[in-house]
Write a new protein. Sequence first.
Lengths: 265, 707
Amino acid sequence: MLSRSITRMLAILAISVLSHGVSSSLSAQEMTVAQATQLLSASSPDEVRMGIETLGLLGSPQAVAPLSARIRQGLPPDLLGAAIDTLGVLGRAEAGPILFELLAHRRPEIRLRTVQAISTCAPRGADRALASSLSDSSPAVRAAAAETLATLRATSAVPELFLAFEHDVLQAGPALAALARAEEVPRIVGYLGRMPFATLRPMLLTLLQRTDLAARIRMDLVGRLGELATAEVRALLSEFIESLPSNDNSPLRRAAEETMNRIAG
Amino acid sequence: MRNNRMATMHRGCAKFLVSGAIALTGCGGAMAFGETFPDNREDHLALVAQRLDAGREASLRAHHEQPILVAVTSAPMRLIAHDLERGTMLWETPVELRTVPYVAGHSVVTHEGNEVVIRSLTTGRVTGRVGDRSLNLVGAAGEGERGVVVLSTGGGVSAFSVVVGLSGGAPTFQAEMQQPIGAPAVSADMGFVPWGHQNISAIDLGSGGEIARLRATQGVVASAVVEGGHIFFGQDGAALLSTNTAPAFVTIPGEMPGNPALLRNAYQPPPGPNSAQSRVRLVTRLTAREGAAAFEGDAAYLVYYRLVIALNADGQSARWIAQLPRDAVGADVIDGGLLITDESGAVHLLSTADGRESRVVQLGSGLIYATAEADALSAGTPSGEVLPLRDQLLSAAQNTDARLVPLRELAVRLLAALPEAEVTGNLIAICEEPATTASVRREACRVLALRRAGNADVLQALERHASFLRGIHAPPVGPLAEASLAMNERRAVPLLLSHLRDPETSAADLASIARVLGAFGELSAAEPLADFIRLYRAETIEAGLNEGLLASLTAYRTLLGPTSRELLEETATDALTPVAIRDAARAEIVALDAPASEPPTTSDVTTETADMTLTEADDPRPETLTPLLVNQILDDARPQLEACLRTPRRVVDMVRVVMVVGPEGNVLMVTTTPTEAQACVEPIVRAHTYPATRARGRQSVTVEVRR
């Protein structure tokens, strides 16, 4: 997600610099943070945009404060979106306060962009803020919050992620599989038979592949999957086995192979 | 005098009786409803009053005879009569009724085919038939053996009506009139016939001659009824017939679901036996009190399909609500209580005190209409539990029967009229429940905003914020905000600020929040309002946000006064902010610059004159020019002002007009938001004259022009 945002920003900046460079006395690359900040106060939306984009291009941590202040002064929708994207591109934790404020912006599109910016800025307190966003009225914001919590490895948000998953925020599933502690794995396994296997499949694969989980936990999971003995389970175990190094001869691999072989093909 | 051409009275029409039938054509005789008959003659009215007084005992006895219910069944249609005391059927007969049947003393009068049929109330035997001359049977009434029947074209131009006298169930005389005639009443051998919307004539049923005529201009006169030997008449209101030639009409104030009249509008086409009018009606018993009409027990009963609400005579508060198992098709106030007949054939006698059932008689037939003469019916002991009125009203407000929506709205209003603090919680629940019918919810929200009790419920609701994961919906913040203001509950301020920042707060509620924050005057609200204004002033996407921003600007100016100028000017000059918001900020600056009027003191307005001392109360000038006053003054120009909403560049939903007016009513300045409307609005506003006020200086007034 981060690389996609940066690519988009660079493309925007390239176009912007080309279009504005003709009329401006300085090109974006030649400006200082102070000069770009001055543009933020312009009455022309184009100049404000150029200021925002220049601050992004300059990449200085000093750009966060003027961008935050400009956002708080009120921006039209397109410029507000650009400012948030720029904060995301800057990726500075100092952007936390303004980003947390924007998580309560009235427009869900802004909240979504903010969540995405938080994923690159990783400010302190992001886990709590994003856990709250799991209760956002917008499904897109909830989904992005769940994904970002996984990206940020926000284990403190696991209880909220469980709640979200049980309220059909399916993006909370992969996050749970990635973040759940050993004692929380049974709760995920408990979803077998209660939720569609297709929904649970990537979570189960992640759990099987997590080497930070004790082998006993994962052996138990294989055993539970063996009880189901469906073609879907067989395909999942096959994929898991294929993902293991060829020289892996662990008990987990052997258990997975035995279970798979027991299930009729 | 009246415009009643061809007013004729035919005596001795019995000569046209053929096998008990009478044809109403060609019956000659003396004049009645004469053009020259004087109205409002106190001596005539005194004579009538004398006869009513003398006949009162007999009248009361006549209405306390065997309690009989006359009803109409659905397919196959039959007319039936039941002895209610014994619970036995007296008679039944197949009929094809065109209108509801009328009990007229010892007779039952119906309109069948082209005839009016008169039957004995106790036996069902046909005692007379009258050709209808293509007229509607408007009504019939009687007392003992005497009665009258009214046939009419109904109201309007070329109206034509006939009154037929009855004696012993047979026609005696007829009178014609080129006016609409309403529903009659009979007492003390006199017929009382409303006509021409304003008149009621007393006719001697022995001679058929008119003996008194009252023209009442204070109310519409469409029906007459007899209660306790007194004659009442009217339509939306009811008046007592006495020697008073300008009688007062009593009414049940307030809008009722279905708009049932107090007394039937008998100038309209008469209701059929299956008419909804049988299921939606206002039932009262009138009584004479201090020479005027009054409601017995100061109560009225609104029957609405399956629900019956006992209302206080003020129309604004309830006593009880009864829910019937089936729709009501008949309702009468009798001595023993409120007699309700439902469509299943069950007759319920309800206590007028608490709505409990004191007696039920099962007639066992599917009914479409019922009417009773049952004052003699004895009431049993009311049984069952009496729920608190709040629970009764709440239950009615939450009834899921789709036909009851208007009554549910009334139940919400009546609920809100209760002083108990708990009502506020009930109203919040209805207001915020998405499954509730929209109009009921709107009404609950409207009355919630006016609550003055139940602070704890308001605060508790405001503490709640929407949460998807916890299944919590946003509370109805706008009405709650208004309620907190009505309660002067300042603890709501931080909660409202929290909702101002919450994206789940409906845009429609933002204006209320801002208005209330401004009205509370808590300075702690200023900075959050400023944050809100700054963050959203350049927003152009969310519908309804502008209203919240405009109200926030006003609230901010109200809270900070001159200190608000910086943000207002910043907003007014911010090139990225939409024109409407910039204009609104400018208008606030104008308001800021207009000096507030100082409230006059008594000493300021007290003037010594030669023979009197004028006090503030004597000063006819309004204290200030209010938006309400300005709106009233501009009312005649509303179409032109609304045309100003269409500016050369765009069409706007609303124009805010800020006027700066001097104490003499002189308009000093007019500004509009948006400014494009200024050229159109200003000349209209200036063309009007505004009153001088008691204000000591200039004042600014803001009014809104909306589509």
